[in-house]
Design a protein around this ligand. Structure first.
Ligand code: CUA
Length: 325
């Protein structure tokens, strides 16, 4: 083997090894190549389609790559001069028919599976009387409206076993609602209303993340769905959500840029700014934004603004002139 070829071969082997090693790490963490354990019927359907398609693609990958490696070895130059041509072969009708028909059949099987699974992904069970909740994407938080008028930030509370119908909206830029264990992504697009649904089969907390790049704090735009029994859900939307709103707003909305104690970060320090204790001033800035700050509260009610001011007065404001936090 000439030295030039040997160097190239060593390089290729190095690259392939690096790819395989990193792929192993990604797969071991489960967040890599395999879908998370589904906890809603539509997430289950998505996973079935995923495994069927993955099965075919892995099989094809192995057939192609193994054949390639075997042929490279079997028909290597050996002692022949590198410039000598191999045998010139042309045409093999049976082989050509096979390699046309087999992919057509594979694609037909994949299409059939996907079309069987699709209605179960897109449509909520028809007989159910769903709980209707509105999801609003904002820079950089999620806001939820419950049937009784309650609101919550970033944490969506639902009862186990019930069909939940989500109306998904945005008022600023495009976001994407995604709780992997409870169905696939759905975009929140300004000027458009999208719908998705889920039916959580188990009590627990399911985590998600905005899946559309929406600005500097896209990565911090997380969401969780808290699935409880019916009693806890009723208590949450009738009492807890309202009582907890000020804290949820500060920690879910303001703290992203201004720090958990209002100590400052990407945004300026809040803990020494008397404006945060004045409802009119807070109202003005969160509804209209200022400088780099988006109008985070453009869809807020007065009650929400007051809840935030009350929380900041009690827990964040440390007096003018302090260095904060
Ligand atoms: Cu919202 Cu990314």
């Amino acid at each position: 083997m000439p030295p030039r070829v040997r160097r190239k071969l060593a390089f290729a082997v190095g690259v392939v090894t690096a790819v395989l090693v990193t792929a192993g790490v990604a797969a071991a963490a489960n967040g890599g190549f395999t879908p998370l354990e589904p906890h809603s019927p539509n997430a289950q359907n998505t996973r079935t389609s995923y495994w069927v398609i993955l099965g075919f693609t892995v099989a094809i990958f192995l057939i192609v790559e193994v054949t390639l490696a075997v042929f490279i070895w079997r028909y290597r130059a050996g002692k022949r001069p590198r410039t000598a041509d191999g045998d010139q072969v042309h045409g093999h009708t049976r082989l050509e028919i096979i390699w046309t028909v087999v992919p057509v059949l594979i694609l037909a099987v994949i299409a059939t599976v996907v079309f069987i699974e699709l209605p179960g992904i897109a449509n909520a069970p028809a007989a159910a009387n769903p709980i209707r909740i509105t999801v609003e994407g904002h820079q950089f938080y999620w806001q939820f409206d419950y049937p009784n008028g309650a609101r919550s930030i970033n944490d969506l509370h639902v009862p186990v076993g019930e069909v939940v119908d989500l109306t998904v909206r945005s008022y600023d830029v495009v976001h994407s609602w995604w709780i992997p264990q409870l169905a696939g992504k759905i975009q929140a697009i300004p000027g458009r209303t999208n719908h998705t649904w889920f039916q959580a089969d188990q009590i627990g907390t399911y985590y998600g993340q905005c899946a559309e790049f929406c600005g500097i704090f896209h990565a911090l735009m997380k969401a969780s769905v808290v699935v409880t029994d019916q009693t806890d859900y009723e208590r949450y939307i009738s009492k807890t959500a309202t009582a907890d709103l000020g804290r949820a707003e500060f920690e879910g909305v303001c703290a992203t840029c201004h720090g958990m104690q209002g100590q400052g970060g990407y945004g300026p320090t809040l803990s020494n700014n008397p404006l945060i204790t004045q409802p009119a001033a807070v109202d003005e800035i969160i509804r209209n934004g200022r400088g780099n700050m988006p109008p985070v509260g453009d869809s807020w009610t007065d009650q929400q603004v007051n809840a935030l001011v009350t929380f900041m007065k009690t827990h964040i404001y440390k007096g003018a002139g302090t260095s904060g936090g």
